[in-house]
Design a protein around this ligand. Structure first.
Ligand SMILES: NC(=O)c1ccc[n+]([C@@H]2O[C@H](COP(=O)([O-])OP(=O)(O)OC[C@H]3O[C@@H](n4cnc5c(N)ncnc54)[C@H](O)[C@@H]3O)[C@@H](O)[C@H]2O)c1
Length: 383
């Protein structure tokens, strides 16, 4: 089987990610069955797809003819799971992050889909191998991890689970290319894959800065804004939701190292349901809209290079494990975040002694083992 055999795609779940993944595949010319559990959720997903396509037509990025074809021919709404996958060559699952729900869904799909159908999960955190194990076709199961919003973000991580075949990986990779996205192969099914994993230590550091009152969120965000970032890291935490940080950190603390556990300030916010933008209050007050960051508050109590150092250090751990190459790390970060430079490019010119000393210092100052420099950093093998 090759990419040319993929003609019909089923997207399971029409929420934030599912509708975006479906839209991208429709633009690429695939026939897409979009399934959710209730008609109103499918309708909402389709409304979002059409609203986005209208904008793309007005910007001449999609032709009116193609939009008409999507409406009349390519997009098939569906509420019945078995029906959704019956003619699918590739299924992409984007339902809530609950393992039992995913397993139950994959089992039904396994019974209903043709033998050749490939199954992909868009999970951010769960082990693809565990999801695959419930099916009779683990060699045909992989991860296709899109980033939010799927229509804009270029990266898709193509994840190999324990039993994924080379053929399935190749088709997944080629499918991403056909969707005008940038694929990066994740050769092992590790927690957080590439992007979420290598960015996790900077969250730990931001928690330490917060808990130990090294600097105020606004002082740090002002530094990052002055460096050209559209949003500072604490504002991003509020924007995405403190609940998301809470669950993500808890998962990493359980699956990688206890050091990843969330700090006391964000735990208190989580418990008080002050989750950020979605509740109107988090680290910032969002009741009047986006917080106004006072750039004059930029502080030298915090060094932005520390964030780069701890993340780059984490990247060397997954490279050592054979998950991906250094180039893959940078391609992934640039295309998932829109940052102009990758982590490894940012540390390339730093002497290993200086980088190791910085990491040792952070490890002892905040009592975090995960910040300790790896052998690759000490040896300068990233240069
Ligand atoms: N939101 C993100 O930033 C992001 C990024 C990458 C990956 N993900 C992953 O994508 C998946 C979906 O996340 P989301 O943010 O789109 O969630 P969401 O809550 O916006 O959408 C999930 C949708 O799935 C539907 N659903 C529930 N059970 C279903 C079933 N059995 N069959 C079909 N549909 C069902 C829900 O009704 C809902 O519409 C999760 O695994 C998540 O971890 C999310």
């Amino acid at each position: 089987m090759t990419i040319d055999d993929i003609k019909t795609v089923a997207v399971i779940g029409a929420g934030d990610m599912g509708h975006g993944i479906a839209e991208v595949a429709l633009i690429a010319g695939y026939r897409v069955c979009l399934r959710d559990i209730r008609q109103q959720f499918v309708d909402r997903g389709i409304e979002r797809i059409f609203a986005s396509l209208e904008k793309l037509v007005s910007k001449n990025k999609v032709t009116q003819d193609h939009f008409d074809k999507i409406k009349n021919d390519l997009l098939i709404p569906c509420t019945d799971l078995e029906e959704a996958v019956r003619e699918a060559d590739l299924v992409i699952e984007a339902i809530p992050e609950i393992m039992d729900l995913k397993k139950e869904t994959f089992q039904i799909m396994d019974n209903a889909a043709p033998a050749h159908t490939i199954f992909a999960s868009n999970t951010s955190t769960m082990k693809i191998s565990e999801i695959a194990s419930i099916t009779s076709r683990p060699e045909k199961v992989l991860g296709l991890h899109y980033f939010n919003p799927a229509i804009l973000m270029k990266l898709v991580e193509v994840i190999r689970a324990d039993k994924t075949s080379d053929e399935t990986m190749q088709i997944g990779y080629d499918f991403v290319v056909k969707n005008n996205k940038i694929p990066v192969r994740v050769k092992k099914d590790v927690p957080g894959f590439i992007v979420n994993r290598v960015q996790a230590p900077s969250s730990v550091l931001l928690n330490c800065i917060l808990d130990e009152k090294i600097a105020e969120p606004e002082e740090v965000d002002a530094v990052m804004r002055k460096l050209g970032m559209p949003m500072g890291p604490y504002e991003i935490i509020d924007f995405t939701g403190i609940d998301i940080s809470y669950h993500g950190s808890t998962y990493f603390a359980q699956s990688i190292h206890p050091d990843f556990a969330i700090g006391k300030t964000l735990t208190a916010k989580f418990q008080a349901n002050e989750l950020g933008k979605k509740t109107g209050k988090g680290l910032y007050d969002w009741s009047q809209g986006r917080p106004d960051i006072d750039l004059s508050k930029a502080t030298d109590k915090f060094d932005p290079m520390d964030l780069v150092a701890v993340n780059a250090n984490e990247a060397t751990k997954i490279v050592a494990q054979g998950v991906c190459s250094f180039d893959d790390v940078d391609t992934a970060i640039i295309n998932a975040t829109g940052n102009p430079m990758g982590l490894i490019a940012l540390i390339k010119n730093i002497e290993p002694e200086a980088l190791s000393a910085r990491l040792e210092n952070l490890a002892s100052k905040f009592n975090r083992e995960i910040f300790k420099p790896t052998q690759i950093i000490k040896d300068g093998a990233y240069r």
